[in-house]
Design a protein around this ligand. Structure first.
Ligand code: GLU
Length: 479
């Protein structure tokens, strides 16, 4: 078998859709599984869709995801990616070949004529398709007109027969040639369309497998016709299933975030995101859900990609991210958490205390950004939000009794540390007669506003006597 070479070929439209991340990831996994190459090719020949900063965003998103590409033209000592906008001459020489061999023709039809044609066809309920008017022009006529008229270049699609796409995921899919449009290959601005540049590049870059979203399947017969015109060997095709909202409609912004950047900003970990996205349409054949990148590379195969659409379940992503956070080694977790806390202005001035605070939430957060709200108890005067359950505990008569005794005990000491606190609680227990859960839960609720917040010893050490007194006071007043 030839060397496996695959490409991720996004058009930079401004943000990276999670579906695009999945395409990139599957290409990457397939390449690495087969010791092949993963190539990034920016498909930017549509000048009307240029978005400032889109390419930079795309590259930084891929970098965040850890999907490093293997090659590309060298610039400033770095590789790639390939940009189609820089390869115009290549497309020009290839279109010349098609024109010379009568596989393509210039079309001079005006936008108005094409609009009218389209409207008539829509009215008659026919799929819109170019009627071939300029197909009939002979070579001389066409060349003459080209000297002073603007034109596009179209593919001469065979009028009969069928084109069969042999897809690794979908099997054989056949298309009637007479229903295929004479696709524009070169636009009037001289730039190639997606279809043309894509096929020329896939061939020249020796792409062995074209792995892309299902939405490109209807374009594939046009691509196959192009390969045939050039006499090129076909790559293998694999069209990935659609991503769906939970209501089975096509995944859209309206029902939640679809940009990878949104998840990145929200504090999701790239390794959780990759794991989650890998399972959107692929499984190993058993129930395993947690995969390291290494394991994904080891097990990934296109044969195990589903045909059916895959539902994007945000709840599952949350769960997975929380799990990845919990499983991080403390040192790695702290690196991320402390930087985040710093960005929120959360700094006790003592590194050990900052670390203790961050670690106290490691088991209790879904994304690292949750630290903003959760850790706020350490950095704000009072507690912004009490959980309902915490309030219920606070309001119990036995709890109120505990609070009163605690305040009295605290009056007699100058500062609290863990040992002092233990003594205080022992005395409170003896005097109030309240013990066990009824003793500890209200204190936890009053101190943190949470039921399963950070451990009390950490809270006590960091809060100190004054803050404790104040919070107990507040808890008494909530009664
Ligand atoms: N430029 C196309 C896109 O934006 C690439 C499709 C393909 O992989 O062929 O998705």
């Amino acid at each position: 078998m030839n060397k496996v070479r695959v490409r991720f070929a996004p058009s930079p439209t401004g943000f990276v859709h999670v579906g695009s991340l999945r395409t990139a990831l599957y290409n990457y996994l397939f390449a690495k599984h087969n010791q092949g190459d993963f190539i990034l090719r920016i498909e930017d020949t549509d000048q009307t869709r240029f978005v400032e900063g889109a390419v930079e965003n795309l590259i930084s998103t891929l970098k965040w995801s850890g999907l490093d590409y293997d090659e590309g033209p060298e610039k400033d000592g770095k590789y790639g990616p390939y940009f189609q906008s820089q390869r115009k001459e290549i497309y020009n020489s290839h279109i010349k070949y098609l024109l010379d061999n009568d596989n393509a023709y210039r079309c001079f039809c005006s936008a108005e004529r094409l609009d009218q044609l389209r409207n008539e066809q829509v009215e008659k309920n026919i799929d819109p398709k170019y009627d071939g008017k300029c197909r009939k022009l002979n070579k001389n006529e066409s060349e003459k007109k080209a000297e002073h008229e603007s034109y596009v270049i179209r593919l001469k699609v065979p009028e009969q027969g069928e084109t069969i796409v042999d897809d690794i995921i979908r099997g054989k899919v056949s298309f009637q040639n007479d229903l295929i449009d004479d696709q524009v290959l070169i636009k009037s601005d001289g730039y190639p369309t997606y279809h043309f540049a894509n096929v020329v590049d896939d061939h020249l870059m020796q792409i062995s497998h074209v792995i892309r979203g299902e939405e490109w399947l209807p374009s594939t017969p046009k691509h196959l016709i192009l390969y045939k015109c050039f006499g090129w060997e076909l790559p293998q095709f694999a069209h990935l299933p659609l991503l769906l909202n939970p209501d089975k409609s096509k995944l859209s912004k309206r029902q939640g975030d679809v940009a990878v950047e949104d998840y990145r900003i929200k504090g999701f970990l790239p390794q959780a995101m990759n794991n989650f996205v890998a399972l959107l349409g692929w499984n190993k054949g058993d129930n395993q859900e947690i995969f390291s990148m290494h394991e994904l590379i080891e097990h990934f195969s296109l044969e195990r990609v589903n045909k059916a659409g895959s539902v994007f379940n945000a709840e599952k992503l949350n769960w997975m991210n929380g799990m990845y956070l919990r499983n991080l080694p403390d040192s790695e977790y702290l690196e991320i958490a402390l930087e985040k806390m710093k960005s929120f202005g959360y700094d006790t001035g003592e590194i050990l205390k900052n670390e203790a605070i961050a670690l106290s939430f490691k088991e209790r957060i879904t994304t690292i950004n949750d630290l903003k709200e959760k850790a706020s108890i350490f950095f704000e005067e009072g507690i912004k939000l009490y959980e309902n359950e915490a309030l219920e505990w606070i309001k119990k008569p036995t709890s109120q009794k505990v609070f009163s005794f605690m305040l009295k005990e605290l009056e007699n000491i100058s500062e609290v540390n863990l040992d002092v606190f233990k003594k205080v609680m022992k005395n409170v227990q003896q005097q109030s007669g309240v013990k066990g859960q009824d003793l500890w839960m209200p204190v936890r609720a009053a101190m943190t506003g949470m039921i399963s917040g950070p451990e009390l010893p950490i809270v006590i050490e960091i809060f100190g006597k004054q803050k404790m007194e104040k919070l107990i006071d507040t808890a008494i007043n909530k009664f």
